[in-house]
Design a protein around this ligand. Structure first.
Ligand code: UTP
Length: 285
């Protein structure tokens, strides 16, 4: 079985839910406290064993490339002013992994974005991490998926147990066998009473390279080629298992998820927790 070494992070979406902030700033660069969202995701990938990362990017996301590059002027200034801790922090970012970039000329959907990575991936299994799904967990989320991949030599989805009100808004997993996690299909936004399970998927995948042949066959829906459509046809040919997330997921692509992440991350940080707690306790809600 081949090890998962490569990851794709599609970041070429429009981020319309965060306008006007995302008019010129990449949504993925919005910080949770003081670290850009995308850096949490890259760190998760690296801590899971990923060595090479391809960003599918767009002309409006240049600051992501800059963030993971060296910054000689800043480094020199930090060195001169003896801010050695910050100097190391800045240098470490560019050493996290080997980074590659490809532009998606038009945001034609997640399927279209992933298709661009075909040559980068070659004939290896690979990971996909979405740029606006942040997970906090003891074992990195992608590593949890890798453990399932290593057990079954299969494609892997990430499953999260949803509250009832979210089920009609999400892609829901239909299981062949919920105990082992073997997946039969996905149902888009079902009514609560018709949902095949309470498990939604989130933006983490391990896929076999055969997904690219399936992406070629999907058709456009509402102006987008959706990765989900290619997953559904690959499910008819290859095994998919769902990895039940052991951790906490934040959908930072919408305002409430983003705010929750900021508050909870502050509460978990030694340098901020007590001030944050004091502030929250005084809020009149
Ligand atoms: P989303 O649909 O959540 O992101 O795509 P979006 O399109 O940026 O968000 P809104 O709805 O307009 O606010 C999931 C991930 O796939 C990327 C996005 O950048 C995001 O990280 N994506 C989406 C692409 O790279 N290309 C696309 O054409 C669409």
């Amino acid at each position: 079985m081949r090890r998962v070494r490569k990851a794709i992070i599609p970041v070429a979406g429009m981020g319309t839910r965060f306008l006007p902030a995302t008019k010129v700033l990449a949504k993925e660069m919005l910080p949770i406290i003081d670290k850009p969202t995308i850096q949490y995701i890259v760190e998760e990938a690296v801590n899971s064993g990923i060595e090479e990362i391809l960003f599918i990017t767009s002309p409006y996301k240049k600051n992501i490339e800059d963030h993971f590059d060296r910054s000689f002027e800043l480094e020199k200034r930090l060195e001169k002013s003896n801010k050695l801790e910050q100097l190391e922090m800045v240098k470490d970012i560019s050493n996290l992994a080997s980074f590659y970039y490809l532009r998606q000329g038009e945001p034609l959907g997640t399927g279209h974005a992933v298709k661009l990575a075909k040559n980068f991936v070659g004939d290896e299994p690979f990971a996909i991490l979405y740029g606006d799904d942040v997970v906090v967990s003891e074992v990195p989320c992608l590593k949890q998926l890798m453990q399932v991949y290593e057990k079954y030599d299969c494609n892997v989805l990430c499953a999260e147990e949803l509250e009832d009100y979210l089920i009609p808004q999400k892609g829901i997993i239909e299981y062949e066998d919920i105990k082992s996690g073997k997946v039969k299909g996905l149902v888009e936004k079902p009514k609560l009473e018709e949902a095949p399970s309470k498990h939604g998927t989130l933006g983490r995948y391990i896929l076999k390279p055969e997904i690219f042949a399936e992406i070629e066959k999907i058709s456009m829906k509402n102006g987008e080629y959706l990765l989900t459509d290619a997953l559904l046809t690959l499910m008819k040919k290859q095994d998919f298992y769902a990895c039940k997330l052991n951790g906490k997921y934040y959908d930072v692509g919408n305002q409430i998820g983003y705010i929750k992440a900021n508050v909870e991350f502050a509460l978990s940080r030694e340098d901020l927790a007590s001030a944050m707690r004091e502030y929250l306790s005084k809020l009149e809600i």
